[in-house]
Ligand binder design. Structure first.
Ligand code: FAD
Length: 339
């Protein structure tokens, strides 16, 4: 063995002995009718970080977002807006105005499929805070509701909303979980944390890597109801990922499946064979809203809009007894598929 090799072996031994430990810190808890989860890598330069302080800040942040945007809290800002009379300008926080603005933008991108005024329909079909109705809503009752469903039934000007009808009811369920994920990511980054995974009820945002230079791996679920199985294992880089599907939140009557995803055009739960849509985007709020909008559109129109707007989207369609995947061009460019 020559001197050069001995020096190299010695050097690698010293390096491996002095290699700092990279610990994953994690915490979780209930929020928004589901669970949140935070994981981050505590690199050597973050040793002084106080986990309890960050956790408390995030828990409080989620309480605040719920108090602003939940339709499940009767005195949240959104609930008070929903109960406010027509024609009376109602002041809202900058946070809620920001989320409303993005919802309106995504309404346009999805050609009306994402519509946060579907709240009364969501409730009528039994997927909101109220109890499920005994019977399937009649065509007449759905028609009646149309009077106050539509993105043009309210105006947003700076931080003020004016409803056109007393009954206009805004539901941010499709987008506010993603907003929460983005805000948690902001808190982590404020503390200099650049390697993390944030999750609220399946809406995720990822940055950096796990210890040992491993990418965060995400499993996309097979859209089946009876068990949990993996359809795809992927990595998404520094991005958010959101999935909308009709296979978890639904009820069946007379052999028909009614899911929580409402098509604003028909005013009924979607009835096509597109079982799930996954979207990858830099913002979790955007991914969350787009996944819902694209699944409502169906595979053909959804894929067309995804390609026209450079949206990274995976469509899983039930064809005969198989799940068939359709990917937008941007999905193939953004996502690394591992299996
Ligand atoms: P997504 O696809 O992300 O969203 C689907 C939801 O959006 C539907 O359930 C419906 O509400 C709405 N929607 C349906 N069709 C459309 C459409 N065409 N356009 C726009 N929106 C549509 N649930 C509870 O049980 N208890 C709670 O206390 C509770 N609190 C919450 C607080 C907040 C701030 C939020 C955002 C949600 C809360 N939820 C609560 C709701 C619950 O977590 C929802 O099931 C969830 O937000 C829906 O997410 P998803 O990922 O299942 O579906």
């Amino acid at each position: 063995m020559n001197k050069y090799v001995i020096v190299l072996i010695a050097l690698s031994f010293v390096l491996s002995c002095s290699r700092p430990s990279y610990e994953i810190v994690s915490f979780q808890g209930p929020t928004m009718g589901t669970l949140f989860q935070v994981k981050f890598v505590k690199t050597p330069e973050l040793q002084a970080l106080d986990k309890a302080k960050i956790e408390n800040e995030i828990v409080q942040l989620l309480v605040d977002i719920n108090q602003l945007m939940s339709t499940y809290i009767s005195d949240s800002e959104l609930s008070l807006l929903n109960k406010s009379p027509a024609e009376l300008p109602f002041s809202i926080s900058q946070e809620t105005a920001y989320v409303l603005q993005e919802a309106i933008r995504l309404h346009n991108v999805t050609q009306g499929a994402l519509d946060i005024t579907v709240g009364p329909l969501v409730n009528m079909w039994g997927f909101g805070p109220q109890q499920r109705p005994e019977t399937i809503p009649s065509s007449d009752s759905l028609e009646e509701i149309s009077e106050y469903v539509g993105i043009d039934k309210f105006t947003l000007s700076d931080n003020t909303v004016t409803k056109e009808h007393d009954m206009v009811y805004i539901d941010l369920s499709t987008i506010a979980k993603g907003y929460g994920v983005d805000k948690i990511a902001d808190v982590l980054e404020k503390y200099g944390i650049n390697n993390y995974l944030v999750d609220i009820g399946g809406e995720m945002r990822l940055a950096g890597q796990k210890p040992n230079d491993q990418d965060w791996r995400i499993a996309i679920e097979k859209p089946i109801t009876r068990e949990r199985a993996v359809q795809r294992l992927i990595t998404v880089g520094n991005n958010a990922i959101a999935t909308s599907g009709d296979y978890r939140n639904y009820f069946e009557e007379d052999g028909v499946r009614y899911s929580h995803l409402i098509d604003p055009k028909t005013k009924k739960p979607i009835q096509h064979n597109l079982a799930a849509v996954t979207v990858v985007a830099s913002s979790s709020m955007t991914a969350d809203g787009l996944a819902t909008g694209l699944i409502v559109l169906g595979k053909d129109k959804g894929l067309e809009i995804a390609n026209d707007n450079n949206i990274a989207a995976l469509f899983i369609v039930k064809e005969d007894d198989e799940f068939v995947e359709y990917r937008s061009l941007s999905f193939d460019e953004t996502v690394k598929v591992l299996n």
